[in-house]
Design a protein around this ligand. Structure first.
Ligand code: EPU
Length: 422
């Protein structure tokens, strides 16, 4: 039988201490791609050391960008792009590869990507990205699993997105930054990484206004200049660590985060009886247990983020009472709960709703991560459970959390990565 990597957690140890939040995964993917729009080298700081960032940097290298890394920073020189076709096998590894299409279209007028990969959490069409590119004047072929776009010159226009899409909003913004004239994106997503990408574009000399509201205005620019830009902290990593602190009845102080991005989660934790204190870029989470059940409904920002639904539902498995969790963004984002049933959780899933009946505790068991945030949810379940939990497929967790087990160990968790027989 082959050997595979697993995370083994001996649960029941409260997390205590201080932890530094890393730069945003989804922000980094957008901002790195946006760097290709520039006519000069740019330096990006605070990039997380995670698999998705490594893969995107490799994709950009193969397009001809020169990249120099120094710790969490990277200088990207996109002046000599040699290809407009990102390597399909790498694109399929991450969802964020779709940003390369908007960036290439804006910079060199053509690009071709396979349908992007990423977590299997339901249907994830990119029709709104394509609609936006077409509105800007690109010809887009969408056949045989490839999306090919080309233009002799993008022209600013009005784009009304049919649904609130983070990826669609950012991708249209990237292409429009180098179009001729003005673009307005209506029904835009308001997530922190939309704002961060707009701020980065503006640091390069673009003119993007209104990011963070549902109408974004972009005045196209023919030339973008180099800059140094620091990406914002990861909202979802912050939330995952906050939930882990509460779940283990711990006392954790998170540094380098943006409390305003966490309001939806903080409000729910307070409702459950967890203590959350915020000051500047610090959040302290304390819990003595006795959590009350709450109801969650995922929504676009500033609503409760779908990416925290999975970690949060792990916490709810031991809250006192019955919680309902309604997932409105993705249609298959409850696989983590099926795994937690093996740990003694009680959950009834129907379509996009889960009803969770809180139990006094979970029991360690062998489980499998089906995607990134399912993996994070299982880590939280393992930290709460008595006995050992073995989590298969930890590579999903590595896509989005930097050295999670090392950082949790520093907070007192008993978690290690081992090679085991399948
Ligand atoms: N949608 C469409 N058409 C489109 C685009 C989206 O119908 O052209 C639908 C989707 O099917 C979904 C909804 O709109 O029902 C929202 O999708 P969105 O485009 O906002 O999501 P995404 O760009 O595919 C990003 C993050 C996800 C995060 C969502 C929602 C990246 C690389 N991914 O995905 O992050 O869940 O926004 O906030 O930024 C994760 O980090 O674990 C993750 C899955």
């Amino acid at each position: 039988m082959p050997f595979v990597e697993k995370l083994v957690i001996h649960g029941g140890h409260p997390l205590r201490g201080d932890v530094q939040v890393r730069g945003g995964k989804n922000t980094s993917l957008a901002v790195l791609s946006a760097a290709l729009l520039c006519d000069e080298p740019v330096t990006l700081e605070n990039l997380p050391d995670i698999e998705d960032v490594h893969v995107l940097l490799e994709l950009m290298r193969r397009l001809g960008a020169r990249i120099q890394r120094s710790g969490r920073n990277a200088t990207i020189d996109p002046r000599q792009l040699t290809s407009h076709r990102p390597a399909p096998e790498l694109c399929r590894k991450l969802r964020g590869s779709y940003y390369l299409l908007g960036a290439l279209l804006g910079r060199v007028g053509e690009g071709a990507i396979p349908y992007p990969g990423g977590c299997e959490i339901g249907a994830r069409p990119i029709d709104q990205h394509i609609k936006g590119f077409r509105a800007l004047g690109a010809e887009v072929d969408d056949r045989y699993g490839m999306v090919e776009a080309r233009t002799t010159g993008l022209v600013g226009t009005e784009v009304f997105l049919d649904c609130v899409t983070v990826g669609g909003t950012i991708n249209v913004m990237l292409a429009a930054a180098r179009a001729q004239g003005n673009t307005m994106i209506f029904n835009a997503a308001k997530e922190p990484h939309v704002v961060d990408t707009a701020n980065f574009l503006n640091s390069m000399g673009a003119r993007v206004r209104g990011a963070g509201t549902d109408v974004i205005r972009i005045r196209g620019t023919q030339r973008l200049h180099g800059c140094t830009y620091t990406v914002i902290p990861d909202q979802i990593e912050t939330g995952t660590l906050m939930i882990a602190a509460a779940a283990t009845q711990g006392d954790v102080t998170l540094h380098g985060c943006i409390p305003a991005h966490m309001e939806a989660l903080s409000a729910k934790l307070l409702e459950m009886g967890v203590r959350v204190d915020e000051q500047d870029d610090v959040i302290r989470v304390r819990s003595l247990g006795g959590h009350r059940a709450v109801n969650i409904k995922t929504q676009a920002y500033p609503g409760f983020p779908t990416d925290l639904q999975q970690p949060m539902s792990a916490l709810l498995t031991t809250a006192s009472g019955t919680s309902t969790v309604v997932e409105t963004i993705f249609d298959k984002r409850f696989k983590h709960l099926d795994e937690m049933l093996r740990m003694g959780a009680r959950a009834h899933i129907s379509d996009r709703m889960a009803v969770i009946e809180g139990m006094p505790g979970l029991l360690g068991a062998p489980v499998y991560a089906s995607d990134l945030r399912a993996g994070a949810a299982l880590v939280i379940a393992g930290l709460m459970a008595s006995g050992d939990t073995e989590i298969g497929n930890p590579q999903y967790i590595d896509r989005g959390y930097e050295k999670l087990e090392e950082r949790l160990s520093a907070l007192g968790a008993q978690i290690r990565r081992v090679m085991m027989q399948e």
